[in-house]
Design a protein around this ligand. Structure first.
Ligand code: DC
Length: 227
């Protein structure tokens, strides 16, 4: 039997992380937070003082970086043996991640690292191009979005809860800027797969989004087992 994959793509702050983790837990499947891979590269690039205009040097950092993910309750990320979990969610990390993610050779290098997560009994993959590029063949695809105001407020609360200083207006501007970069890049831009279920979570609870996502998977798995 082929390994089932559920892809959840969408802009930052739409709730993909929370929904994907909960769905993976309920299904008993593995979880790929592809944004953390780009964020780890961003940290590696920043720590090594690489110029963001030097694409060849960034690709070389991507080729050499060693990543370890541990997903118990929360995700722990080790980059070249060092725990960088606390730096992963910072908006400054996200902004560099979005810049390095626009380099086509970076995406090529990181493709296999992401595909390696596809293992039995199944995978929930969260990102921007999971359903359109990385797991194009996935039987279950969701495009999860929310209004900019709602996404900014969620990110703001997340950061405050983690004890990180945050400014709502600045976050709103950063989200708009990151959306624009992720949507307008030439390679694997943020876009909805034609066979994805569209969900706008602005006025939905997390539980109802998870329920819709699980319905999609369970209905599909039932149909598969009957055919
Ligand atoms: O989902 P996130 O906010 O952690 O992602 C950080 C950045 O990484 C995002 O702005 C664009 C990039 N990214 C990407 O290009 N493709 C993915 N599949 C996931 C993230």
């Amino acid at each position: 039997m082929s390994i089932p994959v559920l892809t959840i793509d969408g802009p930052s702050g739409a709730g993909k992380g929370t929904v994907s983790r909960l769905a993976a837990k309920k299904l008993g499947w593995h979880y790929l937070d592809s944004g953390s891979i780009y964020r780890s590269l961003a940290l590696a690039v920043a720590k090594q003082g690489v110029d963001l205009a030097d694409e060849a040097a960034i690709v070389s950092v991507a080729e050499k970086m060693h990543l370890e993910f541990e997903c118990e309750i929360d995700l722990t990320v080790r980059l070249n043996g060092i725990d960088v979990t606390a730096e992963i969610p910072l908006e400054s990390t996200g902004a560099i991640a979005s810049t390095v993610a626009a380099i086509p050779d970076v995406r090529r290098v990181l493709l296999q690292k992401q595909r390696d997560f596809k293992q039995l009994p199944g995978l929930v993959a969260d990102g921007r191009d999971m359903g359109t590029v990385v797991f194009k063949e996935a039987p279950f695809k969701v495009f999860l979005t929310a209004s900019v105001g709602e996404r900014a407020m969620r990110r703001y609360k997340q950061l405050i809860e983690k004890g990180i200083d945050a400014n709502l207006i600045q976050i709103t501007n950063e989200i708009e800027e990151r959306d624009r970069r992720d949507r307008e890049r030439a390679t694997a831009p943020l876009a909805m797969a034609s066979d994805a279920l569209y969900l706008d979570s602005s006025d939905m609870t997390i539980d109802s989004v998870v329920e819709e996502v699980l319905n999609l998977v369970r209905t599909g798995l039932n149909e598969r087992s009957q055919s």
